[in-house]
Ligand binder design. Structure first.
Ligand code: NAD
Length: 314
């Protein structure tokens, strides 16, 4: 049994991770501020599902609260998922993204430095690769040109994790997630938004000519990678967690059309600032070092998502 703090544990990925940890007998504390980036009622519902976890409503930037939690919790590990997510909204409020994603991360690291045996798993993002055209992306690739404030905050988080690891010896792993989807996915993310629009027979916002490609990762595969990272956390490592396959926007829309049985209506719009042409993970390091083994191809994952979506609608 491990004592694990999951920040952002009421969110999409966090609630799946917390569920997996509880299922194997870990004691989970969730710290989440239930903000209104999307409907907080969905996060409350996620938190209610975490039977046996300690749920703390609060902000990672509240230094007194964080200090008290660490003292009382004696955590063996921290999985830090709380963040302002999303590329496009980060262009509208870069200061807030910086404050939560960078300052908030340092506040946690400052607590960890007093307990350098606690392991730290940090949720980074494929967006740190920016507009790199060498694919698939490897952890050793150039990551000096983030093209959105969100991406820059995630790269900054990785750097600060390294610095705290270097200075205080905190075992730290940064995980670069590639577009995660599955039940409970954030409602503003493409697959969720497109499935909803398809069922409601509303237009799907379709940016660019449909050729942009994403590496879509089913949430169960991400959870597997996160839990393995916690268990193998030593030194300072960065891992890509993706499916290592890409799907174009046009292909995605057609798979969603087939899975929903609806004919998608497209609302064609230009590419958005901050968007990149492709994300594509080389996951050989995670396979080799963690035994990470993504299993759910995008067609099957979307069918599962649609089943979940339908089950909520009845
Ligand atoms: P999410 O928004 O569903 O989860 C984040 C949670 O953090 C939310 O419940 C939110 O209320 C909480 N939170 C935000 N600010 C907080 C604060 N100041 N204090 C306490 N709690 C706070 O998002 P998600 O999709 O589950 O993403 C989880 C993590 O993974 C994030 O760090 C995100 O940047 C990263 N990530 C996600 C994806 C993806 O495709 N979903 C891809 C790359 C990286």
């Amino acid at each position: 049994m491990q004592r694990v703090l999951v920040t952002g544990g009421a969110g999409f990925i966090g609630s799946h991770v917390a569920t997996a940890l509880i299922a194997r007998g870990d004691h989970v504390t969730v710290l989440d501020n239930f903000n209104d980036f999307y409907d907080p009622a969905l996060k409350r519902e996620n938190a209610r599902g975490l039977r046996g976890a300690t749920i703390v409503t609060g902000d990672i930037r509240d230094e007194n609260l964080v200090s008290r939690l660490f003292t009382e919790g004696e955590f063996d590990g921290v999985i830090h998922l709380a963040a302002m997510a999303g590329v496009r909204p980060s262009l509208l409020d870069p200061l807030h993204y910086q404050d939560v994603n960078v300052r908030g991360t340092v506040i946690l690291l400052e607590e960890l430095k007093k307990r350098p045996k606690s392991r730290f798993v940090f949720a980074s993002s494929s967006s740190v690769y920016g507009s790199n055209d060498k694919v698939p992306f490897e952890e050793t690739d150039d990551i000096h040109h983030p093209v959105s404030p969100y991406a820059a905050t995630k790269r900054a988080g990785e750097l600060l994790c390294y610095t705290h690891h270097h200075l205080y010896g905190i075992p730290t792993t940064a995980l670069r997630f590639f577009t995660v989807y599955g039940p409970k996915q954030r409602p503003e993310m493409a697959i969720h938004k497109f499935v909803k629009a398809a069922f409601e027979k509303k237009p799907i916002p379709f940016f660019g000519d449909g050729s942009t490609r994403r590496d879509y990762t089913y949430v169960d595969d991400i959870v597997d990678g996160v839990v393995k990272s916690l268990d193998h956390c030593a030194g300072y490592e960065i891992y890509n967690l993706g499916e290592s396959a890409t799907t174009s926007l046009s292909e995605l829309v057609s798979i969603i059309g087939e899975a929903t049985g609806e004919k998608p209506i497209l609302d064609k719009q230009p590419m958005q600032p901050g968007d990149v042409l492709i994300t594509y993970a080389d996951v050989s390091k995670a396979k080799r070092m963690l035994g990470y083994d993504p299993k759910v191809p995008v067609r099957e994952g979307i069918e599962r998502f649609v089943r979940w979506y339908r089950s909520r609608a009845v």
